[in-house]
Design a protein around this ligand. Structure first.
Ligand SMILES: [Zn+2]
Length: 351
């Protein structure tokens, strides 16, 4: 397939339009210094007439992560960086208008987020209660790359919708925040090499399809091949594929990760790492089917941060999948571990 640098007139027109949309966007806002690159807004969390309880799902995970960080004294509430909601124009950077129009059908949204009763609600309500929180998280992922470039690292407390490509949503992912974030980084951060390290339990077929054959993006994906999405076409676009079978335990997992990071470092020299840090690899997760301990997750995140920070590569982490009640605490503990190991500084570094 042609790369985005192809010279056919229609491709370059589309590229010009994409650039102008990115340059006009308000999502790259300035975050003043007392604030730290932990990105979150209360508008991330989903509460929808109790419907959210029908999904096997902690839909206030994002707020709870922040609450734990604050109550543990690791983060000051006033220091959280708040993103803006991605607008229609922002989303058109990767999504065709026809895709965004398809979200005006509640039945279609219900299919994408796998909550069938959502089909019964008027679309204005679905937009406001479900899609708007996601669009805020998209704004957060895009802002996280900018902050990572400025501060060395950033964590979007939400985002990581790695099953959504420009053309198609699925698996709880309605917007392609990772693809958007990378395109924004190309234009606004003036970089041309991005590494996506996707360690969610599921294969990240959305960004894989979006960057198929694009040599500016190196994708390391470590996932369980025995679960959703079984996307064999997208697998062809993974630069380094590490398949971990159901039942894989912590030591085996971390050993494979060490090897994979070593290979990645030899193969590619990124100017930005986008780290999709799904915690559905946790032992007991009904979807991920892996057996990684909470300490193993902290260890994993530490390895990836060490990889980027030791090489002075800006790293933007997204929290992605893993929605059991226990995940928020485990993510907060892992972020605190990063701080204790001096891989990040949340402004309270006696902690
Ligand atoms: Zn997942």
């Amino acid at each position: 397939m042609t790369s985005s640098s192809s010279s056919s007139p229609s491709t370059s027109d589309a590229e010009t339009l994409r650039r102008s949309r990115i340059l006009k966007s308000k999502l790259y806002l300035d975050v003043p210094l007392p604030k730290v690159p932990i990105v979150y807004s209360a508008s991330y969390d989903i509460a929808f007439l109790g419907i959210e309880k029908l999904h096997p799902f902690d839909s206030s995970k994002w707020g709870r992560i922040c609450q734990f960080l604050i109550s543990d004294g690791a983060l000051d509430k006033k220091c959280i960086a708040e993103p803006l909601e991605a607008s229609q124009d922002d989303l058109l950077v990767v999504h065709p208008e026809s895709y965004l129009n398809s979200l005006k059908s509640s039945a279609n949204v219900a299919r994408i987020i796998e909550v069938p009763p959502v089909a019964l609600f008027p679309n204005c309500l679905v937009q406001q209660k479900v899609l708007s929180p996601f669009r805020n998280q998209v704004g957060g992922t895009i802002l996280a790359a900018k902050l990572a470039k400025e501060r060395g690292w950033a964590i979007n407390v939400g985002g990581g919708f790695h099953h959504c490509s420009g053309e198609k949503g699925g698996g709880f992912c309605a917007y392609a925040d990772i693809s958007l974030c990378v395109h924004y980084a190309f234009v606004r951060l003036n970089i041309s090499r991005v590494m996506i390290i996707d360690l969610d339990a599921h294969q990240g077929n959305g960004h894989e399809l979006d960057f198929a054959g694009d040599r500016r993006v190196y994708i390391l994906d470590m996932y369980n091949p025995g679960i959703y999405p079984f996307d064999y076409e997208a697998k062809r676009y993974i630069d380094q594929k590490v398949e971990v079978m159901s039942g894989t335990t912590t030591n085996e997992y971390l050993k494979k990760l060490d090897e994979a990071l070593e290979v990645a470092a030899r193969m590619f020299d990124p100017e930005l790492v986008v780290y999709n840090a799904g915690t559905d690899i946790l032992d007991g997760d009904p979807l991920g089917r892996l057996k990684i301990s909470p300490d193993g997750i902290a260890n994993r995140d530490e390895k990836v941060f060490r990889f980027a920070r030791e090489r002075n590569i800006p790293i933007a982490m997204l929290t992605s999948g893993g929605y059991m009640k226990s995940n928020a605490r485990i993510i907060a503990d892992s972020v605190i571990n990063l701080s204790q190991k001096h891989l990040i500084d949340m402004g309270k570094n006696g902690a």
